[in-house]
Design a protein around this ligand. Structure first.
Ligand code: ZN
Length: 166
């Protein structure tokens, strides 16, 4: 059952809602929990998703999979993701950055950048900006967006970059 956004009217509120969605992710020690919501030009939600909503799905991938590629709302839409979109995958054919660029979305809002735990060279913000997409970061929400990933971030036995990308 989809959550109903509580009258979100700005980037901060929509990103907070995406972070709330991340709390729905099935627990994992090998992948981050992320939430994503896509909002049209009029401030209405058009899709949402979260990590592992389907096996191996990322949040952005899940939200985009519920829309058709020719959805005319996408070029005017904003995608809110609690984490920087990925640029490397092993279990899926396309990264979230690739999927976002292909979708025609022109604006992305995130709370924090991917740390070098599962991959050493995450560069979603750079990839999106290189494609002409405007990326807005709201670092004030980083603590909330990382809270459900604390068990991953607080481990110092991961060695930095050797764990598999999911
Ligand atoms: Zn991803």
């Amino acid at each position: 059952m989809p959550l109903v956004p509580p009258g979100c009217s700005n980037d901060y509120e929509w990103l907070s809602f995406a972070i709330d969605l991340a709390k729905r992710c099935p627990p994992s020690d090998t992948a981050f929990s992320v939430g994503c919501v896509i909002v049209d030009a009029h401030g209405s939600e058009i899709s949402q998703g979260y990590s592992r909503e389907q096996p191996h799905y990322h949040a952005e991938e899940s939200a985009l999979s519920k829309l058709t590629p020719d959805d005319e709302r996408l070029p005017e839409a904003t995608l809110y993701s609690s984490l920087e979109p990925c640029t490397r995958r092993k279990s899926r054919p396309r990264t979230c950055s690739e999927l976002i660029i292909a979708s025609g979305i022109r604006r992305v809002v995130i709370a924090w950048r991917e740390p070098p735990i599962f991959v050493s060279d995450a560069h979603g913000v750079t990839a999106l900006e290189a494609a002409g997409i405007t990326v807005v970061e709201i670092p004030e929400l980083a603590d909330a967006a990382t809270a459900m990933n604390a068990h991953i971030l607080n481990t110092d036995t991961n060695g930095g970059s050797s764990a598999p990308a999911t």
